[in-house]
Write a protein that binds this ligand. Sequence first.
Ligand SMILES: Nc1ncnc2c1ncn2[C@@H]1O[C@H](COP(=O)(O)OP(=O)(O)OP(=O)(O)O)[C@@H](O)[C@H]1O
Ligand SMILES: O=P(O)(O)OC[C@H]1O[C@H](OP(=O)(O)OP(=O)(O)O)[C@H](O)[C@@H]1O
Length: 332
Amino acid sequence: MDLFSELNDRLLFAVPKKGRLHEVCLGFLQGADIQFHRKPRHDIALVKNHPIALVFLPAADIAKYVGGGRVDLGITGQDIIAESGFDAEADPPSPIDGQPRIRELMPLDFGKCRLMIQTPIKSGINNVEDLIGKRIVTSFEGLSKRFFRRLEAEVHGSTATAGSGPPTCNTTNDASTSAPLQTSVEFVSGSVEAACALGLADGIVDLVESGETMRAAGLQAIATVIESQAVLIANPRTRFPELVTKIQSRIEGHIASRKYMYISYNVERALLDQAKTITPGRQAPTINALIDDAWVAVSVMVPTNDVAEVMDQLKLIGATDILVFGISNCRV
Ligand SMILES: Nc1ncnc2c1ncn2[C@@H]1O[C@H](COP(=O)(O)OP(=O)(O)OP(=O)(O)O)[C@@H](O)[C@H]1O
Ligand SMILES: O=P(O)(O)OC[C@H]1O[C@H](OP(=O)(O)OP(=O)(O)O)[C@H](O)[C@@H]1O
């Protein structure tokens, strides 16, 4: 059977093929026991143990494929969904079946960043209002136009219908729904931070995480357009709703397993109340009797970030044999 007919009977799951989100996504696939072999230079891989085909796409395109109904499931950034125009603000649910074109199933707790308006520190431009009528360069053309259209409407009381209308991806000025944009918004595909130094822009709109790239370019952030993280998204009209739910649940398990560690320790029965305060667990700790009746063994899940502090506190109350285990997967 050729690849195209194979795909007909499979859920299509889009995964970023490179960039910031790629590696972590591979970990998610492994954590969800989605087994595949990707041949060199192939962007489609059939999954061995589920009726799924993985489609490796640029993160920036995944929202378009899911929103357009071509792909059932995907991982991408919320910034990309908003830029594609398939977010709830730009593209409300269908009046026919009440469904959005993209459903955000869950945040994935990585790829966290902010899309920010940035200006050269030396420019003296510290307010977004001062950028109205000036030149903006960005890879997020749709969102930047939405932002400045709304800002111009607020500042000048223009007749623009800020934030309304169909997806604005790749739009120039949507003259039917809004006044012409005074601020120039120009697209570049990368290295956006260089635009001001090269005389192309008065300000840029780009992603900031640590702020290192921004500072290295002599820029400062003066406003946030949106906050973003990676999310699992689905086409609500997928032919494989049960499989979508199954993968979601497995990925949830994988995320929870990264968030928690499993601790086991022994403590004097008389100190159990104190121990429970230190390690309350998600519902309650498991307590097992020991041959020595004066002592008990406690097993409990602890948030990964708290493990060191919890171990210190347990030691202080006299707990012994404190062991910490990683959780390879779980359902909580
Ligand atoms: N510095 C960052 N910190 C956290 N998340 C980020 C950061 N930069 C980008 N992202 C997230 O990753 C998504 C993809 O960005 P990335 O720059 O990796 O795209 P790409 O164009 O596919 O890759 P590349 O830049 O390698 O060509 C962004 O839309 C955003 O959601
Ligand atoms: O605040 P920071 O931690 O410095 O991260 C921000 C940078 O990360 C992203 O670019 P990336 O490094 O992915 O490369 P790109 O410019 O090629 O997209 C983004 O476009 C910024 O340039």
